[in-house]
Design a protein around this ligand. Structure first.
Ligand SMILES: NC(=O)c1ccc[n+]([C@@H]2O[C@H](COP(=O)([O-])OP(=O)(O)OC[C@H]3O[C@@H](n4cnc5c(N)ncnc54)[C@H](OP(=O)(O)O)[C@@H]3O)[C@@H](O)[C@H]2O)c1
Length: 378
């Protein structure tokens, strides 16, 4: 029985993780649950899973939790998050969204034996720091993100591949003409054709910033040169990644677009547990692949160029993207203003090295302030 701490238990990945645990009670025990402010959902989770530790980062929301069983320890605020991150456990599932995951992740590396890492912004903005520390502390980090998890599954059997392909559904706006994009509303962009996910990643899927981030994750986790990481459009989201061997044979990793499958793998590795859903051949199952038209997704190009520039580039782009999406979700800007902000940022920052983790937070704050300033001018 493995003890599990879940960071971001009330989000899309957090709920999927709890469903995996619900169906595999003999293998996993929830030790701790952590959320930002959704205490309604958290209280239902506490009732069902009886954790020993609970953390609510928003102090005002934490104050709304009443009649907590005396056996449960409650952590509050940023200090509470640090303490929660220091709890020893077999496995942590890191599913806090955005760069907010970075600090707790860095602490948690010292205390978890294994981390199933769903959060991608920590790898995009500070991958070297995260992976170096995990190596020093001998903490295994397993990627949960479906494409990177697929690469991990493929590499577990044979790891001498030279090239990989990540698949992309193309997101909610794949069939839109560029001239119509300025008119799309939040609801439209959030209607992803194949995946049900949190709000930021769904918007990032429409601009393909998300795919750019996954290229960075693949580079970081598998030490692959950027030119050996391809992207192919696959609208059905049943194939998640492919690896190519020297003799040009391709191996694909397939499962339905259901995050519970890569979560199960990351939690149970090196074992495998029963799947909750499977692809079946009872009906017609078509798999289509088409080339990516890079010009259709200018932000993907920016992210990939940022990755090649290195240093603070991706931290700055991530900070800008986070703010622009927040403004779009709040109906303060148009969808195409996200493009404008990222373009502006990419030509108005000073390239710098990231020598310490503090540099990451410095550039994140800088980019967020600069983006807000820019968006006020639109
Ligand atoms: N969803 C997917 O299918 C998927 C796939 C691959 C990778 N990922 C990655 O996994 C991460 C989570 O994605 P998601 O879709 O599950 O996001 P989400 O639905 O927005 O959930 C985010 C979770 O993090 C919590 N949270 C947010 N800010 C926090 C903070 N400052 N401190 C503590 N907790 C905080 C939220 O709490 P509240 O509910 O209280 O706000 C919520 O529980 C992201 O990095 C995303 O890129 C997601």
């Amino acid at each position: 029985m493995k003890t599990i701490n879940i960071f971001g238990s009330t989000g899309s990945i957090g709920k999927n993780t709890l469903d995996v645990i619900r169906k595999n009670k003999k293998d996993f025990k929830v030790l701790g649950l952590c959320t930002h402010s959704n205490v309604g959902a958290l209280c239902a989770q506490i009732k069902e899973f009886s954790p020993s530790y609970v953390c609510v980062v928003n102090e005002e929301s934490a104050g709304k939790i009443k009649h907590l069983n005396k056996k449960i320890k409650l952590f509050k605020g940023e200090i509470g998050l640090r303490e929660f991150s220091s709890i020893n456990c077999d496995t942590s599932l890191m599913a806090i969204s955005g760069i907010s995951a970075l600090k707790p992740l860095m602490i948690n590396i010292e205390h978890a034996k294994k981390i199933a890492l769903a959060n991608k912004e920590s790898i995009v903005t500070a991958g070297d720091f995260v992976l170096d520390k995990a190596k020093r502390f001998k903490t295994k980090i397993l990627p949960v993100d479906s494409e990177i998890n697929a690469l991990f599954q493929l590499s577990a059997s044979q790891n001498n591949f030279s090239k990989v392909y990540l698949t992309a559904s193309g997101g909610a706006l794949f069939d839109y003409k560029p001239k119509d994009l300025s008119r799309v509303c939040v609801k439209t962009v959030l209607s992803h054709p194949t995946w049900r996910m949190g709000r930021r990643i769904t918007i990032d899927s429409a601009t393909l910033v998300n795919k750019g981030f996954e290229v960075v994750e693949s580079h970081q986790f598998f030490n692959l040169p950027y030119e050996n990481i391809g992207i192919v459009i696959h609208r059905e989201s049943n194939v998640h990644a492919l690896v190519e061997f020297k003799d040009k044979t391709l191996f694909a990793c397939m499962y339905p677009p259901d995050m519970r499958i890569p979560i199960s793998f990351a939690l149970s590795y090196p074992k495998r547990i029963d799947a909750l859903q499977t692809l079946n051949f009872k009906g017609k199952l078509s798999l289509t692949f088409e080339p990516l038209r890079v010009r259709q997704f200018p932000l993907l190009d920016i992210v990939l160029n940022g990755a090649k520039r290195g240093g603070n580039s991706l931290t700055v782009l991530n900070g800008c993207d986070e703010v622009a999406i927040e403004y779009f979700l709040g109906n303060k800007i148009k969808f195409t203003d996200i493009y404008k902000a990222m373009n502006y940022m990419f030509s108005h920052y000073k390239q710098a090295k990231l020598k310490t983790l503090d540099d990451v937070f410095y550039w994140d704050t800088w980019a967020k302030e600069k983006t807000k300033e820019y968006l006020r001018t639109l």
